[in-house]
Design a binder for this molecule. Structure first.
Ligand SMILES: C[S@@+](CC[C@H](N)C(=O)[O-])C[C@H]1O[C@@H](n2cnc3c(N)ncnc32)[C@H](O)[C@@H]1O
Length: 191
């Protein structure tokens, strides 16, 4: 498994997390610093059976080069998994938190300030599907993530955590709920 990230700080977090794993896990993980856009060159043409890009597209002004790179490093038949912010439901979080002025400005925007206090952009599921298809990835399924719980911030779940997870899972699978999720998660297969 190869973890690639452009930030040394984030790679250090991964290194710290890996340190508590046993040797059989540690020896199968490699950490590489670089941009996703540059992955085909940095990884010297290596290709993979599964390529995951989670939470990175919101930080990019132009997503196309990264999506192209993801598909370049995917073998034929590989699973490609992309998780990003949902541009069509940006008003949900501020409205449910009682910030109605912010909710009003979210309706006509594809960006907002995320949990890390950085302005990031969202994507519509249609634009994401289109971008992946153009790059040779056939969609298998898409899910909504954080439908009922996104506005709860850092509030810890109670003893009903199992029910919360089950409700989120069901909502994330079906319309109309998944369409108002904070995040969208698309899984496809490289042709
Ligand atoms: C919200 S974090 C997600 C981290 C991790 N993918 C996860 O799912 O836990 C966003 C990460 O994207 C990284 N990043 C931003 N732009 C990037 C790029 N062009 N190429 C590679 N990593 C990038 C940041 O350094 C940061 O670690």
């Amino acid at each position: 498994m190869t973890i690639l990230d452009s930030s040394e700080e984030m790679l250090q977090r991964a290194r710290d997390a890996l340190a508590s794993e046993n040797g059989s896990v540690r020896e199968r993980v490699r950490l590489v610093r670089g941009t996703g856009e540059d992955a085909p060159r940095i990884l010297e043409g290596e290709t993979f059976d599964a390529v995951l890009c989670h939470g990175v597209l919101p930080y990019l002004e132009d997503p196309e080069p990264l999506v192209r790179a993801l598909t370049e490093i995917s073998r034929p038949g590989a699973v490609v998994s992309v998780l990003t912010k949902n541009a069509e439901a940006l008003a949900m979080r501020p409205a449910l938190e009682g910030r109605y002025r912010d909710a009003l400005s979210a309706f006509d925007s594809d960006r907002d300030t995320g949990g890390l206090r950085v302005v990031t952009r969202g994507y519509t599921i249609l634009s994401l599907l289109g971008m992946l298809k153009e790059n040779g990835v056939e969609p298998i399924q898409w899910y909504g993530i954080r439908v009922f719980t996104d506005h709860l911030g850092d509030q810890r779940p109670g003893p009903d955590l199992t029910d919360v997870l089950e409700a989120e899972w069901e909502a994330g699978l079906r319309d109309p709920y998944r369409r108002v999720a904070r995040l969208i998660h698309l899984i496809g297969r490289k042709r």
